[in-house]
Design a protein around this ligand. Structure first.
Ligand SMILES: Nc1ncnc2c1ncn2[C@@H]1O[C@H](COP(=O)(O)OP(=O)(O)OP(=O)(O)O)[C@@H](O)[C@H]1O
Ligand SMILES: [Mg+2]
Length: 352
């Protein structure tokens, strides 16, 4: 029920990546989702390393620039993190209610978390009773290091906004899928988000993320391999890779292919691991996102090596974008970059 006086406030979403910050704001209308703001600003290479904010001043200033440039008026902001400061594990607990688990989660979770329990924020999602009927239930346990969350909330506060939710990339992707690609019941689909420094892999079943893994690889590895093979600077290699600069005499294709092949191997390994642990199941499709998914030939290689159909997602598929404000072609070209941010932008204050 959507009573007007209960209308939830729009929030602005920031996907703060190591290569760039993505800004998305959407409104929920009678017809569905409508894009209201969209922006992206690059960060220098040292600002965020391994999913942690190193240079908070630069990140804050970049956020401020984006807020100013796009005339952001709302005060609530949502963001997310990924990488090794996030631990997501499927565990088995004695069957109990959500309330009971909320009360005992700190204690129950302790044995599964490789950090002191006081250093992490714990969240969970009950996935349902386990199939062996031992009075147990499957739970997705999520632990995020408090100091890393604090760094993300602080840059948002410093930029003048109110951080209401710090989510995890994989869960934002789950929300993005929900509005754009509803998954058929009984079907597992895989999400592979290839950023600049981190690739996150997850499997969604019945609308819930049931497996995740992140690997410290992404677009940067492609650039570094081009740099190495062609003996050029990182900047030149990056520009050749993204087509901003013409290739020289030596083609970049062999470098791109060799990294695409490594990355595909890692994705296949993760999916094989997932499938090995859940008898009789299969993954019917791989959805690619993140700027790294634009690497030429990657999608085809992924398809070929995993024998699973692959597609680069369009997070704006079911999102209305007024052509007066948003250039259709530009939106299409940049779509893969915004998968996480669109998912975040569906979150509402008082949501979940
Ligand atoms: N046309 C292209 N072909 C190949 N790679 C590209 C292209 N355009 C951008 N990229 C790469 O995409 C990466 C940036 O993607 P994205 O914005 O998803 O990363 P990020 O979110 O900033 O990083 P991370 O999530 O790893 O912290 C960069 O490595 C960039 O070189
Ligand atoms: Mg990213």
């Amino acid at each position: 029920m959507n009573l007007p006086f209960l209308k939830k406030k729009d929030a602005v979403a920031f996907d703060i990546g190591s290569n760039s910050i993505k800004l998305v704001q959407m409104s929920q209308t009678k017809k569905g989702w409508e894009l209201t703001k969209l922006g992206m600003a690059e960060l220098p290479p040292e600002a965020i390393v391994d999913g942690s904010i190193i240079d908070s001043m630069t990140v804050t200033n970049t956020l401020k620039d984006l807020i100013r440039e796009h005339g952001v008026k709302v005060k609530d902001a949502v963001s997310s993190l990924t990488g090794h400061s996030v631990i997501i594990k499927k565990v088995s607990f004695p069957a109990m209610s959500e309330e009971e688990l909320a009360d005992s989660i700190q204690w129950e979770a302790e044995q599964y978390i490789p950090f002191p329990i006081t250093d992490v924020n714990i969240d969970f999602q009950i996935l349902g009773a386990d199939t062996e009927g031992r009075g147990q239930m499957d739970v997705m346990l999520v632990a995020v290091k408090k100091d890393v969350i604090n760094d993300y909330t602080n840059v948002i506060k410093e930029a003048g906004l109110n951080p209401v939710v710090i989510d995890v990339d994989s869960f934002a992707l789950e929300n993005m899928m929900e509005i754009n690609y509803p998954v058929a019941p009984g079907e597992n689909i895989a999400m592979v988000n290839i950023g600049a420094s981190i690739t996150s892999i997850s499997v969604i079943f019945a609308g819930l993320t049931i497996f995740t893994r992140s690997i410290p690889m992404g677009g940067n590895q492609f650039t570094e391999e081009i740099q190495r093979q062609l003996n050029v600077s990182f900047k030149d290699a990056e520009e050749m890779k993204t087509g901003k600069k013409a290739e020289g005499e030596t083609p970049i294709a062999p470098a791109v292919e060799s990294i695409a092949s490594n990355l595909t191997f890692e994705v296949k390994r993760s999916l094989d691991f997932f499938l090995g642990g859940s008898q009789g199941s299969y993954v019917s499709k791989i959805y690619l996102s993140g700027g790294g998914s634009l690497a030429p030939g990657l999608k085809d290689l992924m398809q070929e090596k995993t024998t699973i159909p692959a597609e680069v997602v369009n997070p704006f598929k079911n999102v209305e974008a007024n052509p007066k404000h948003f250039d259709k072609e530009k939106l299409k070209d940049s779509a893969p970059f915004f998968a996480v941010a669109v998912g975040l932008a569906t979150r509402r204050f008082a949501d979940r």
